[in-house]
Design a binder for this molecule. Sequence first.
Ligand code: PRP
Length: 213
Amino acid sequence: MTNQRPLTIAIPKGRVAKALSPLLERAGLGTKNLLADDRRLIRMSDAEDIRFLLLKPDDVPTYVEYGVADLGISGRDVLLERAYDLYQPLDLGVGKCKMVVAGPEGAVIGDRPRVATKFSRIATEHFARKGVQAEVIYVGGSVELSPLVGLSDVIVDIVESGATLRENNLHVMEEICDISSVLVANRSLYKLRHAEVAPLVARLARGVEEGAI
Ligand code: PRP
């Protein structure tokens, strides 16, 4: 089955796809089709040799793990939050941001803080490492709202420019880890289709190097 379909990369759609475009271009994967403003979820590279699947960021690892995509581009936050069995051959160095604990001015982290987050596992493990048993409350988005209205004491979330925290009068209290986009690969397909996949990974690695110059 796998040899009948073109090499396939699962890509997070929207702003991440736009941010990835210069890197994909440097790797020789033309992105005119990829960035076209329409609703198609399957698109070919401009040279028609690589197929892109456009997905919600959280779904990328699933498509790769099940082998319907050979490669995927996923945020490290998504990979840390759930345990996937994926090979991670390359950090793409784009989409750089930080996972942090943030709260209102003067907030203190007591014995049993209430923590709102979409990243329950990352938050639970972070506080457990510090010997703090946090009450973690799952919220799916706009998490900055929760300490403002008393749902939680603090939040665990991603900070990129810092604008969302600033505009909601929240401050970084602790940094948990750096986040960036990572290339992930299906372990079996990486071996089975090595002759095709390895050169593509090498092209992406060169694209990362050229971008860093
Ligand atoms: C993400 C994140 C923060 C914001 C950080 O939210 O959860 O809210 O971006 O970016 P900044 O530091 O540049 O302001 P996203 O826009 O993905 O939406 P969400 O709130 O629905 O998760």
